[in-house]
Ligand binder design. Structure first.
Ligand SMILES: [Zn+2]
Length: 232
């Protein structure tokens, strides 16, 4: 037992923490998510077939994507929604860290992820970053990178505005507006590299499409995609 776990257990005795998924009290040795929730989380098996799963077709005809995966299936009012809420709005960055560690352990054993050379989180606009204090996918991204033994390039991309300035009806105009939300910042970090692009939730795939296109236009050799959850 390390000093860190000893200290953690000692503090847990004094101030018991709650499970971020069910709000029940965490038992000794449990961290962030209780064992019951850990068993009950709606896992996908996308990592076992990253080139041929329900997520992959989302990007067909939009942007060439290598491996595509999401760790969990988002369910309205379910555990995943509560976890993401804690992560995004309650300062619980450790939710991303724990999920990243668990997902990274699965990816590590998949040959399909062996070619990845750098991990890039989808960026937040600097005003949002200041408000939240962290990018909610940063810790998740770091854990995936550690598991895959590759660096993270948190500054590869930047977000130029907080949201789309106006709703545009025309598909092409909407795509262009989406593209303009992001730009490349640290180009050297991704040039000639197979990038694992990471987001929190995949809904329409528009954010990932915009970011993946930018990475490829700026010299990334390939882009794979990973998210905490998906809602299709
Ligand atoms: Zn729980």
């Amino acid at each position: 037992m390390t000093l860190r776990t000893l200290l953690h257990d000692f503090l847990a005795l004094l101030y018991p923490e709650d499970c971020r998924a069910c709000a029940g009290e965490l038992a000794m040795g449990e961290e962030v998510i209780c064992s019951h929730c850990r068993i009950k989380l709606p896992y996908t098996d996308f990592h076992t077939a990253p080139f041929d799963n329900a997520l992959h077709p989302v990007f067909w005809g939009r942007v060439p994507v290598q491996a595509a995966g999401a760790y969990l299936k988002f369910q309205e009012k379910g555990r995943v929604q509560r976890l993401l809420h804690q992560l995004k709005y309650r300062g619980q960055e450790e939710v991303g860290e724990v999920l990243g560690r668990w997902y990274g352990a699965l990816m590590q054993n998949q040959p399909d992820y062996k070619g990845i050379e750098v991990v890039v989180p989808v960026p937040l606009h600097k005003s949002k970053l200041k408000q939240r204090g962290y990018n909610q996918v940063a810790a998740f991204s770091r854990e995936l990178a550690t598991a895959l033994s590759v660096p993270v390039a948190e500054d590869a991309l930047q977000k130029n505005r907080n949201s789309l300035t106006q709703t545009k009806k025309d598909r092409q105009a909407r795509w262009e507006a989406m593209q303009q939300l992001y730009s490349i910042y640290n180009k050297e970090s991704i040039q000639g590299k197979h990038v694992l692009l990471v987001d929190d939730v995949i809904t329409t795939g528009a954010t990932l499409e915009a970011c993946a296109s930018l990475l490829l236009q700026n010299g990334a050799s390939a882009v794979s995609i990973a998210a905490i959850a998906y809602t299709l």
